[in-house]
Write a protein that binds this ligand. Structure first.
Ligand SMILES: Nc1ncnc2c1ncn2[C@@H]1O[C@H](COP(=O)(O)OP(=O)(O)OP(=O)(O)O)[C@@H](O)[C@H]1O
Ligand SMILES: [Mg+2]
Length: 270
């Protein structure tokens, strides 16, 4: 599979000396949130990014989406270098789904109005097809048609996350980045949203990048995993091999801290 996304020696820093620091000749080292990271995401593939809090997972993918500018390195999408300033088509091609959909959905709009507006503004389909496309999108994420008339406050956490996924899909992206997209949900709902993401992979051929603390989730949904620590990639490879026989001690530590995965991995090895 040819890569859809290539991250090539990317470094992202925050801060550094302010004007006052410079005047007072104070030292203020910038924080290196992403440190010389390279990875490749094949078209149609699913890559999981794992690692402790603050390891730079979100910053890396926010940089891919153009929300931060890299200090060094290059990001290529379909082989072409991405600039922080993008045209509309490139922005549409990459969508992010966040942990807490409650904060990203407009509370004043019904689900239907949210999706309709998006389809109209981006002219995804001709005006006459907006209505049927909204129906299709709700079907695609398995939401009942009654949800169309509901405002976000009336929806459950799982339903809100399905709306957030429908909103991302409305723009017909090639890449969806799910950043802890199921972490705020209870276990049963989490599993159903995971199943939905797995299903969408095969029905829409969308490429997925999943950022998660949950190694089980990554193992279930992804083909390859990337382990990050302190802004750097410590290990990457096929999920099965990586979690069964980690070559980096930090990956082994992460696995040991994830009880169910540690159990299955031991069983697999017996
Ligand atoms: N906008 C910002 N300004 C300054 N520092 C930031 C900013 N965003 C992130 N950081 C810092 O960059 C580092 C990496 O943060 P990031 O959010 O990418 O980690 P993460 O791996 O996604 O963590 P988590 O698992 O908790 O979401 C952290 O030290 C964080 O405090
Ligand atoms: Mg994060």
């Amino acid at each position: 599979m040819s890569p859809l996304l290539e991250i090539d020696h990317v470094t992202v820093t925050f801060g550094g000396p302010s004007l006052l620091d410079r005047v007072l000749r104070r030292e203020a080292a910038p924080l290196v949130a992403v440190d010389d990271v390279s990875l490749s995401v094949p078209a149609g593939g699913a890559v999981g990014i794992v690692g402790e809090s603050g390891s730079g997972k979100s910053t890396l993918m926010r940089t891919v989406l153009g929300l931060h500018a890299p200090d060094a390195g290059e990001i290529r999408f379909r082989g072409a270098p991405l600039r922080p300033k993008r045209d509309l088509a490139t922005r549409r091609a990459m969508q992010m789904v966040f942990q807490d959909p409650g904060t990203t959905l407009n509370p004043a709009l019904t689900v239907g109005a949210t999706l309709e507006e998006l389809l109209r503004v981006h002219q995804v389909v001709p005006a006459a097809q907006v209505d049927s496309r909204v129906k299709q999108l709700l079907d695609l994420v398995h939401l009942p048609s009654a949800v169309r008339e509901a405002r976000p406050a009336r929806l459950s956490g799982g339903q809100k996350q399905r709306v957030a996924i429908a909103r991302a899909l409305a723009l017909e992206p090639e890449l969806i980045v799910a950043d802890e997209a199921t972490s705020a949900l209870d276990v049963v709902v989490q599993a159903s949203v995971l199943d939905l993401l797995a299903e969408l992979r095969s029905t829409t051929q969308v490429t997925l990048v999943c950022i998660s603390h949950d190694l089980d989730l990554v193992r279930y949904l992804c083909d390859t995993a990337v382990v990050m620590r302190r802004g750097r990639v410590v290990e990457q490879g096929d999920v099965g091999a990586l979690f069964a026989v980690p070559s980096d001690p930090y990956t082994a530590e992460l696995i040991a801290a994830a009880p169910s995965l540690a159990r299955t991995t031991e069983q697999d090895l017996v």
